[in-house]
Ligand binder design. Structure first.
Ligand SMILES: [Zn+2]
Length: 244
């Protein structure tokens, strides 16, 4: 604390700027980090897989409906065929011609029944294939959901950590800001806005770190005095010199 009390106002401003830049970086990190992007991508992937799975389920429902329809057609043909058979062999039909016609009809019915049976078998096989595809999709989805959950937990931890550090930095900012004289603070804020958060430039080996240009000897003479506002002749930033 003693050391900080002795700190030159210009150095205080420079420290304040460093803290403000850290705070702004941390605030950005709460919105956008590689991990956040990873979580979003995984989320999208999971959603995509859910849609796929729903499509597959609908396909199975459609196929099962189709099988039901085929089965009821088969049932109808079977009933027609057995009632025709009863009639033919019941002894009530005397005409040979009529019997021949009935025989033909019966053959046709049997043939149609066979075709329906084949279609049903084919459809059942297709359903089995789709069912196994569905099972695979469900397994993959649950694997991806697990990964997403883990990523979200990791993200929560990361965010907690950032928030904690941010809290500390804000405390540090208050500490520093309290020691800055209002007239310097006002200037700091104006220049911070003008130079996108970097209105104060450190001078290292006579070079302005804001624009990388050598400062003149006139500026140098004024800079090394305490608490004086000196501006870079090239970029216009407030210059500070922190003795190493
Ligand atoms: Zn400069």
């Amino acid at each position: 604390m003693d050391q900080m009390e002795q700190m030159d106002q210009m150095e205080l401003l420079y420290r304040l700027q460093e803290v403000d830049l850290s705070i702004s970086n941390m605030e950005k990190s709460l919105e956008d980090t590689p991990l956040i992007r990873e979580v979003n991508e995984k989320q999208e992937e999971v959603e995509g897989r859910k849609v796929e799975l729903e499509d597959t389920k609908e396909e199975i429902v459609r196929k099962k409906k189709k099988v039901k329809k085929l089965e009821s057609e088969l049932q109808q043909k079977s009933e027609e065929s057995s009632s025709l058979r009863k009639k033919m062999y019941g002894g009530e039909i005397a005409s040979t011609r009529e019997l021949e016609q009935m025989e033909k009809k019966l053959n046709l019915l049997e043939q149609e029944k066979g075709e329906l049976e084949n279609s049903i078998i084919e459809e059942m096989e297709i359903i089995e294939e789709i069912e196994s595809r569905k099972k695979k999709q469900e397994e993959e989805l649950s694997g991806e959901e697990k990964k997403l959950k883990e990523l979200n937990e990791k993200l929560e931890q990361e965010q907690e950590q950032i928030k904690e550090e941010l809290e500390k930095m804000r405390g540090r900012r208050t500490e520093l800001a309290e020691q800055v004289e209002p007239r310097f603070m006002e200037r700091y804020e104006t220049y911070s806005q003008r130079f996108n958060g970097r209105g104060i430039a450190n001078v290292v080996r006579d070079i302005c770190e804001g624009c990388r240009v050598y400062i003149s000897s006139a500026i140098k003479g004024r800079l090394y005095k305490s608490n004086s506002l000196v501006y870079c002749e090239n970029c216009g930033r407030i210059l500070v010199w922190i003795p190493e």
